[in-house]
Ligand binder design. Structure first.
Ligand SMILES: Nc1ncnc2c1ncn2[C@@H]1O[C@H](COP(=O)(O)OP(=O)(O)OP(=O)(O)O)[C@@H](O)[C@H]1O
Ligand SMILES: [Mg+2]
Length: 467
């Protein structure tokens, strides 16, 4: 059979995409190169797993594409070429653990050698191995670890969801309990071939933008609508749309989602045509929807509609000995990653296990995973001991939401009376927030309640130097 080495070249700049493309060896017949220049098309392409995704970075939007590519394909499929050479970017690349990164144009020869090496390795694989990389099953049941009674109940419900592919599923549970993982598992096991899985975080986008993101818009529907745009419901048709953090959905949009749930139809913003959504909706939240209904923040009719097949993921502290199975699973994983040339860890000492059991795990499985990772890095013995977990009981840095709350409290702006205009207030407010969040624009836009692109435009308009 004739398989091809599938490369995704990703960057918002067309010129840079062309520049990077030059480095791909030109041997006939081996390559299938897709050029991807926006977040939406990256999401759309994501259903085809690439053998290698190369993200070329020349601005902030490219960094968002980079993070998305790592999330979609896994860090070990992503390489990066860097056209801006910033220290912050290097730190990010190290944190994301991408396969390799190259500073352009200085390291173009190494980049070219890297590509040749990847292709040579790939050629040596058998057809079956090539097929496996294309159809990697990352989200099968075996990736969901746990055997406690509560988790066995969860798995029984997940199987029901897979059987009834038309049912809407609501996944609830504290942060880090595995809601995203379960959504992926349901999707992957519902369809026998590759179908789109489209994920959107309802809390991260302001309501007006979210509406056109979900349903698309017609040309001219509002000032910025220069062309017709497909919404995520259209992109996800035939597969799954995953509405994460549905508890944060704006009241007006809740009604529109209810309509899709009820008769599977919707309209683009500014459009008259009725479109059909033929796929499954999975929703998730870590909020208590019942409480939100009681406070009139969540529509009761939507709540009932979502409650047909609710899957509640219990917190880690209620999962009995699953915590040890999970801890050992992750220990072995990080053994491979961090101890390639060192003697491998053999296990977790009984004292350390007692300590893991005692700790309340507010961040659930995610927190446990990170704690094990840290302990594997710190430890130099054969077993993980209580010493390796000391940091769990030290004062922890504040969570992101806490940081945002702290950062957003008490901002004081003083303006001279003669220049007390709204414009100046806006400029000073943006400046102060940026200083508070050390120039982190994503966080600043969240605090200011505007989108990232809008913040970028205002920064340009007021010529603000980002700290
Ligand atoms: N049962 C499990 N077995 C193995 N890994 C798990 C399990 N549950 C969660 N994880 C891992 O823990 C991390 C957090 O899971 P996930 O992102 O699905 O949580 P979440 O409930 O969506 O959290 P949040 O509410 O913060 O979005 C992921 O890395 C996931 O792979
Ligand atoms: Mg989640």
């Amino acid at each position: 059979m004739n398989y091809k080495f599938k490369i995704f070249l990703i960057s918002t700049s067309r010129a840079i995409l062309e520049d990077v493309k030059r480095f791909i060896p030109t041997e006939e017949g081996y390559f299938d190169v897709s050029l991807i220049s926006s977040y939406n098309s990256l999401r759309k392409f994501a259903i085809q797993n690439p053998d290698l995704a190369i993200v070329a970075i020349s601005n902030d939007s490219d960094e968002i594409l980079l993070e998305t590519a790592v999330e979609l394909f896994g860090s070990q499929t992503v390489a990066c070429v860097d056209y801006i050479k910033s220290y912050a970017l290097t730190v990010k690349l190290i944190k994301l653990r991408v396969l390799s990164y190259f500073s352009m144009p200085e390291e173009s020869t190494s980049f070219s050698d890297f590509l040749k090496g990847k292709v040579e390795d790939w050629k040596k694989k058998s057809d079956i191995e090539k097929l496996l990389t294309i159809r990697r099953e990352q989200f099968n049941f075996s990736s969901f670890i746990g055997n406690s009674e509560k988790i066995r109940d969860v798995i029984a419900l997940v199987k029901k969801a897979i059987e009834h592919r038309d049912l809407t599923v609501l996944i609830t549970g504290e942060t880090g309990t595995g809601k995203n993982l379960i959504a992926r598992i349901i999707h992957q096991n519902t369809y026998s071939d590759i179908k789109p899985f489209v994920e959107i975080n309802c809390a991260s986008i302001p309501p007006t933008l979210l509406e056109s993101e979900l349903f698309g818009h017609e040309k001219g529907a509002f000032t910025d609508a220069k062309d017709r745009k497909m919404g995520l419901f259209e992109v996800a048709s035939g597969g799954t749309i995953f509405l994460d953090e549905i508890g944060d959905l704006d009241f007006n949009l809740q009604g529109k989602i209810l309509k899709v749930l009820e008769d599977k139809t919707f309209r683009r913003v500014g459009g008259v045509e009725t479109l059909k959504f033929e796929g499954r909706i999975i929703a998730a939240t870590n909020k208590n929807l019942e409480h939100l209904v009681a406070e009139n923040k969540f529509r009761r009719d939507l709540y009932y509609r979502l409650m047909l097949l609710p899957i509640y993921l219990p917190p880690l502290r209620e999962r009995g000995d699953d915590i040890f199975i999970l801890a050992e699973y992750y220990m072995n994983k990080f053994n491979e990653l961090y101890r390639k040339n060192l003697p491998k860890l053999k296990g977790i000492s009984p004292e350390a296990k007692a300590l893991l059991k005692r700790y309340p795990w507010p961040g659930n499985v995610r927190e446990l995973k990170h704690a094990i990772e840290r302990a594997v890095i710190l430890s130099d013995g054969e077993y993980l001991t209580p010493d390796d977990f000391k940091f769990l009981f030290e004062k922890k840095p504040a969570s992101l939401t806490q940081q945002i709350e702290e950062a957003s409290s008490n901002i004081q702006i003083t303006l001279p009376f003669e220049s007390a205009s709204l414009k100046n207030l806006e400029r000073e407010l943006i400046k102060s927030v940026l200083v508070r969040v050390s120039g982190n624009k994503s966080r600043a836009s969240k605090i200011l309640g505007i989108s990232r692109p809008r913040l970028d435009r205002l920064i340009q308009k007021y010529r603000i130097n980002n700290p």
